[in-house]
Design a protein around this ligand. Structure first.
Ligand code: GLN
Length: 539
């Protein structure tokens, strides 16, 4: 079975198209179908790797090392199908390969055009995901942007062609719109009518409409929308505002029977729905008692999306450990400029119960992170370092414990006398940064008796990397002799993957990014243990 669902959006952006697409994926998985998710991004960047986290949010890394759009993170948290480079299609990739083929003369002298050459390329990429393994049932294709944007036209045109070519029972359109509320509390359907009209102008009649609204739409409103948009009465759904968690959205759709209607439209016979993991997750949500304040000390603090997976993983860990996790976002420059770190982080300041230093690039704010780490270490406050956050632990140890004031990473100070974090020797001459990073899944082996081993419950760990600099092997001896624990390595033991503070309630840093694999229904073990340590210390 190979079915396609195209999810598009109208009226405006940020309506939660990614969450809607992912939630539909979760529901279909609950019905026992094998689902694959694809994101089509209209931007011309080849991938998200070169985009600023300030502007575009986090770069989501897949097992195969693709640097993709953060929407893939949503897919990973809601659904369980594999995600790789193939699941993220950008205009840049599509044009690059079409132009490459043109240069190789593979179009045999024909004039190369948006239709059919660009749309064929998009089509073949979508179908490649469907074919990846033999048992894919449904591919959900989320089309970035808003209908009416110049940039998304080729993707919508591809959807139109595929709906026609595959046949009505094999490909459908799900369209997400907004029902705004105007003064006086009246709900307005006109923008939705216009949005569907814009879809029809692209040659697509949506099969399912999901309306983002402040409240559940009543039947009369749904019927009115259906009438004006040429939809069936049972095909208009509401994604109403909730004050619980986005992870309740699959259940909200389930209660409206969205999955049943989708299956009907795809000609798939209805089967038993198992949504137990989602209901259990919501029970855990309701059962949380108490609250912990986690100070995230980083440099991209203004845009929530910049550390999206980290924030989500903290939330998952709270579900697992029974506490509400409050995110206290602290620009590391603030810690750097303050008289002392305690004034910002301690009881007189933000009063955080735990410190997390996430990944990052570039020099700005580094000293603030080092001071935050020192404060956590000296005061027995749980600390979790991710990638850059682990490197910060090593720098801090060099400066405070070994007394090397200039201890640093060569990323921030090339000629420091104590480069405790540096490029691997063979990498020093690499000038072209693109492609020189350690990216994607690799194996880490934990030492028996370590906290990291206790967290995972086994010594072989598979997590994803995205970094260029490493713990310098020249300092292994001095670091361990002075008491820093090196507790996990690459399988060949050539690189340090985890450091821990001895005699501390919980101080641990990893060179990889565990946040990418955390799910609401299965929290990342390290996030879970970090939050558990914070909770226990407060109790
Ligand atoms: N900037 C550091 C490096 O390249 C850390 C990267 C990260 O935190 N993702 O090694």
């Amino acid at each position: 079975m190979n079915k396609f669902i195209f999810v598009s959006g109208g009226v405006c952006s940020s309506l939660g198209k990614g969450v809607a697409a992912s939630s539909l994926g979760a529901l279909l998985e609950g019905r026992g179908l094998n689902v694959r998710m694809v994101k089509c991004d209209p931007y011309i960047n080849v991938d998200a790797g070169t985009m600023s986290p300030y502007q575009h949010g986090e770069v989501y890394v897949t097992d195969d090392g693709a640097e993709t759009d953060l929407d893939l993170g949503n897919y990973a948290r809601f659904t369980s199908g594999p995600l790789s480079m193939a699941n993220s299609i950008t205009t840049g990739q599509v044009y690059r390969s079409v132009i490459q083929k043109e240069r190789e003369g593979r179009y045999l002298g024909r004039c190369v055009q948006v239709i059919p050459h660009i749309t064929d390329e998009i089509k073949s990429r979508i179908k490649a995901v469907a074919r990846e393994d033999g048992d894919t049932d449904v591919v959900i294709v989320e089309i970035g942007g808003t209908v009416g944007d110049i940039e998304s036209i080729p993707f919508l045109e591809t959807a139109r062609q595929m709906i026609r070519e595959e046949g009505r029972l094999n490909a459908i359109s799900v369209h997400l719109t907004l029902i705004p509320e105007v003064a006086g509390g009246e709900l307005k359907t006109k923008p939705t009518q216009h949005s569907v009209k814009a879809m029809q102008e692209q040659g697509i009649q949506p099969d399912i409409l999901i309306c983002r609204a402040p409240v559940m739409l009543d039947e009369a409103t749904c019927r009115k929308i259906a009438l004006f948009t040429n939809m069936e009465n049972d095909s208009v759904f509401t994604s109403y505002d909730i004050n619980t968690t986005i992870y309740e959205v699959p259940l909200i759709f389930f209660e409206q029977k969205l999955d049943q209607i989708v299956l009907k439209k795809l000609g798939v016979e209805s089967r038993h729905a198992n949504l137990k993991p989602w209901y259990t997750m919501m029970d855990k949500f309701a059962a949380r008692r108490g609250r912990v304040r986690i100070g995230i000390v980083g440099k991209y603090m203004d845009l929530h999306d910049s550390y999206k997976s980290v924030y989500e993983a903290l939330f998952h860990a709270g579900l697992e450990t029974g506490v509400e996790v409050e995110l206290v976002k602290i620009d590391s420059a603030r810690v750097e400029e303050a008289d002392d770190a305690a004034g910002v982080l301690g009881p007189q300041g933000e009063g955080v119960d735990g410190v997390l230093v996430p990944g990052g690039f570039g020099e700005r704010g580094i000293n603030g992170m080092v001071r935050a780490a020192a404060w956590a270490r000296e005061n027995g406050i749980p600390y979790f370092g991710i990638c850059l956050g682990m490197q910060i632990m090593v720098i801090e140890w060099g400066r405070s414990v070994l007394g090397w004031e200039d201890a640093n990473s060569t990323e921030f100070k090339q000629d420091t006398k104590h480069p405790v974090i540096s490029l691997l020797e063979e990498q020093v001459d690499v000038k072209n940064y693109g492609g020189t990073m350690r990216l994607g899944k690799s194996e880490t082996v934990a030492e028996p008796g370590s906290r990291i081993m206790a967290a995972y419950g086994e010594k072989n760990i598979f997590e994803r990397h995205r970094h260029r600099y490493e713990f310098s092997n020249n300092y292994r001896k001095e670091m361990t002799d002075s008491g820093l624990s090196l507790t996990a390595f690459t399988a060949d033991r050539s690189l340090v993957e985890c450091v821990e503070w001895p005699g501390h309630p919980w101080g641990l840093g990893v060179q990889f990014h565990p946040e990418f694999k955390s799910k609401p229904t299965a929290a990342s073990p390290l996030f879970r243990d970090f939050i558990a340590a914070v909770r226990d210390r407060r109790a």
